[in-house]
Design a protein around this ligand. Structure first.
Ligand SMILES: CC(C)(COP(=O)(O)OP(=O)(O)OC[C@H]1O[C@@H](n2cnc3c(N)ncnc32)[C@H](O)[C@@H]1OP(=O)(O)O)[C@@H](O)C(=O)NCCC(=O)NCCS
Length: 149
């Protein structure tokens, strides 16, 4: 088990957050550090991060979940998700991920959302995802999930 603590991000964490998001190749937009929670070693090295991102229409998204490769498989993402879900009790909460990660999020109660129940932002994403559907294998297709309670 990795030795880590969770805390709200500070301005000084932003370069490491941005680098982790870039290196893990997840959505690099909307990275306002004020919204992030970070997992750090006792000496302050960034191990992982995540945020709840509000969209213009008020829809909330669990986003930017990433853990350094050498620190994976030790419960850091789980701790970050639980922390964020507790900190932000408003529901529903949406997220997007690759299909293969659906298993991770189902453990917290997220379920896949059908196209007709998507708010506009996620409907657009879904439409874009469908454009690339043919060239992505099943595991890497876009999945949009929602947590109701
Ligand atoms: C996905 C990621 C955040 C998981 O981080 P992690 O710290 O290794 O995850 P944890 O150890 O906390 O695992 C939490 C649970 O998710 C499951 N899980 C972890 N990685 C998984 C994967 N790639 N596929 C399916 N399930 C996975 C674990 O089995 C664990 O289940 P358990 O609680 O029943 O034991 C990490 O692999 C990562 O940063 N990937 C690259 C960025 C990314 O894809 N982020 C997600 C954007 S939607």
């Amino acid at each position: 088990m990795a030795d880590f603590v969770l805390r709200p991000a500070g301005r000084e964490d932003f370069p490491s957050i941005r680098a982790l998001i870039r290196d893990t190749r997840i959505n690099p937009t909307g990275l306002d550090w004020h919204r992030f929670v970070v997992a750090v070693t006792p000496s302050g090295v960034l191990l992982g991060c995540g945020q709840i991102k509000p969209h213009r229409d008020g829809v909330l998204e669990l986003a930017s979940l990433a853990v350094q490769p050498q620190a994976r498989g030790q419960g850091i993402a789980r701790a970050i998700v639980l922390h964020l879900l507790e900190k932000e009790p408003s529901r529903p909460l949406f997220l997007t991920c690759r299909s293969r990660l659906g298993r991770l999020y189902r453990k917290f109660g997220f379920t896949p959302v059908s196209q007709e129940h998507l708010p506009p932002y996620f409907r657009l994403l879904s439409w874009l995802g469908n454009l690339f559907r043919g060239i992505l294998d099943e595991q890497n297709r876009l999945l949009i999930m929602r947590l109701e309670k």
